[in-house]
Design a protein around this ligand. Structure first.
Ligand code: UDP
Length: 236
């Protein structure tokens, strides 16, 4: 039995690359789609925000001489490409999925509104909210925090390639240990990185818990939704 009625799942753009150096890996998309469909089939309402780092990041554009605002707009468009790819994979699995965009761009996707998102989710449709927040200088982590709070999700599930929050970077420090639960304040105090601070503060101030978990282990998403202690829970 699921412990959540409504979740916001954040997927990084990079995770969609799989073993590739750029772009999209169909095997990863299909694996994510299977897992997401299983969660929807268990009766959970699912909103998704996807990053764009597998295609373009505004800040890396700046290093190459791009204007930041234009670079960020390119990054936001990258999230739309990823969102359409996941929508296609979900539909291929037999799930209902719709892309709503933070910037008006019909017919690619309808403009996002809370009301539209809630209406679709209530009908068992996965809602993929594309285009970040619609503003430059933000990240899709912040978009996921914002949309998570807005659609009144009970939890923000941050799917990454790491299986939780550690005392130190486990790839650099072999003595690093994983937290099963940690408070927002302790994350600040220990200067740990869970999300960028704008996103993190948004979650803390609106009391939206975050679960950081490894999305590449099939079954993890379902387990979290069923209340199993996977990854790290960050809460007040
Ligand atoms: N972006 C933006 N505003 C937003 C969300 C994203 O300008 O509200 C741009 C920004 O340039 C960012 C890029 O989109 O680098 C891709 O998003 P992000 O880096 O968060 O993707 P991820 O790291 O999750 O793949």
């Amino acid at each position: 039995m699921p412990v959540y009625k409504r979740i916001l799942l954040k997927l990084s753009g990079e995770s969609l690359m799989g073993a590739q150096k750029y772009g999209l890996d169909t095997a990863v998309l299909n694996s994510y789609a299977t897992q997401i469909k299983a969660v929807v089939d268990s009766g959970v309402q699912v909103g998704i925000v996807i990053g764009g780092g597998n295609i373009f990041r505004g800040l890396s554009g700046v290093k190459k001489g791009f204007d930041r605002v234009k670079g960020d707009q390119m990054g936001m468009l990258a999230t739309v490409i990823n969102s359409l790819a996941l929508q296609t994979a979900l539909e291929g699995e037999g799930a209902k999925a719709k892309v709503l965009t933070s910037i008006r761009m019909e017919p690619i996707g309808e403009l996002y509104s809370k009301a539209k998102a809630l209406e679709l989710m209530a009908g068992g449709c996965v809602v993929i909210i594309a285009g970040g927040t619609g503003n430059p200088y933000f990240t899709t982590d912040t978009a996921s925090a914002l949309r998570g709070v807005e659609i009144e999700a009970e939890v923000l599930l941050k799917g990454t390639r790491v299986d939780g929050v550690y005392t130190a970077d486990p790839e650099k420090d072999p003595t690093a240990t994983k937290f099963s639960t940690i408070t927002f304040d302790e994350v600040y105090d220990r200067k740990l990185k869970v999300m960028d601070l704008t996103a993190f503060t948004m979650c803390k101030e609106n009391d939206l818990p975050i679960v950081v978990f490894d999305m590449d282990t099939p079954g993890n998403l379902c387990k979290i939704v069923d209340g199993e202690p996977i990854g790290t829970v960050v809460k007040n």
